[in-house]
Design a protein around this ligand. Structure first.
Ligand SMILES: *Cc1c(COP(=O)(O)O)cnc(C)c1O
Length: 241
């Protein structure tokens, strides 16, 4: 292997160690066991070679936010990545749902009835079962000027029922992104309430996907079972064009 390959491997090993330490510390502070929390490394914009290195370093779950980038990378990452669980975490257009249903293991960004239908149809056609998290909008206002994705908290149980009834979908829980200019502590506390109402109705749907590089500690404090970490593992992404 080349020097740059080895250098990148060392760099990723170090940053992974740091992130795993952060998760362990946050779990300890919250009186939780660290193995209740799954690290999803969000590899968007980074090459398939990084995905392969991460798999080799013991990462089990990766996240992507765009189709077809995710599909291409899954293909290219090859053997070591074959056993990874692929999480689709980005905004998803209804007309791309069937394509994503062919390769994603879990979709975190399900926020409207038409998307549930499209994913179910796509998964059935592919002969697969797809894990689904209902994305919750935590902006706390109905007109959502930022255009952030997610179902209003009051719509989450209805969507959960639709997912639960879908033949090829498995309801796993809820997901959210903290609002940009609000305290993530309040936002993730509200998410925990929504998550509890979903788990009360569907006892197997206990997943809470919350927490990114900047706020994973707060998310773990409020019960996150899945943290989605990009920059703290892979480095700063170049700005989107
Ligand atoms: C990019 C992204 C992440 C990771 O964010 P970082 O700040 O790089 O850790 C998590 N969740 C979603 C939905 C994302 O798009």
């Amino acid at each position: 292997m080349t020097d740059t390959h080895d250098a990148r491997r060392d760099e990723l090993a170090r940053s992974l160690r740091t992130v795993r330490d952060r998760i362990e510390t946050a779990a300890a502070m919250a009186g939780r066991a660290p193995d209740e929390i799954t690290l999803i490394v969000v590899t968007k914009t980074y090459p398939a070679s990084d995905v392969a290195l991460l798999a080799d370093l013991g990462v089990t779950d990766v996240g992507e936010n765009r189709h077809p980038e995710a599909a291409r990378k899954r293909e290219e990452a090859g053997d070591p990545a074959a056993a990874l669980r692929w999480h689709f975490v980005g905004a998803l257009q209804t007309n791309k749902a069937a394509a994503v249903a062919r390769y994603a293991d879990v979709v975190h960004s399900v926020d409207r009835p038409r998307l549930v239908d499209a994913l179910d149809r796509g998964a059935r056609q592919a002969g697969r079962t797809l894990g689904v998290l209902v994305q919750v909008n935590l902006e706390g206002r109905d007109d959502d000027p930022a255009g952030r994705a997610g179902a209003a908290p009051g719509d989450v149980l209805g969507l959960a029922a639709q997912v639960d009834a879908a033949e090829a979908l498995r309801l796993e829980g809820v997901m959210a992104v903290a609002p940009l200019d609000a305290d993530p502590d309040d936002a993730f506390a509200r998410l925990a309430e929504v998550a509890a109402s979903v788990a009360a109705a569907y006892p197997r749907a206990t997943a809470i996907s919350a927490g990114m590089s900047g706020d994973l500690e707060v998310a773990v404090k409020h019960g996150a079972t899945h943290v989605r970490i990009g920059r703290s593992v892979l480095g700063e992404r170049p700005p989107l064009r």
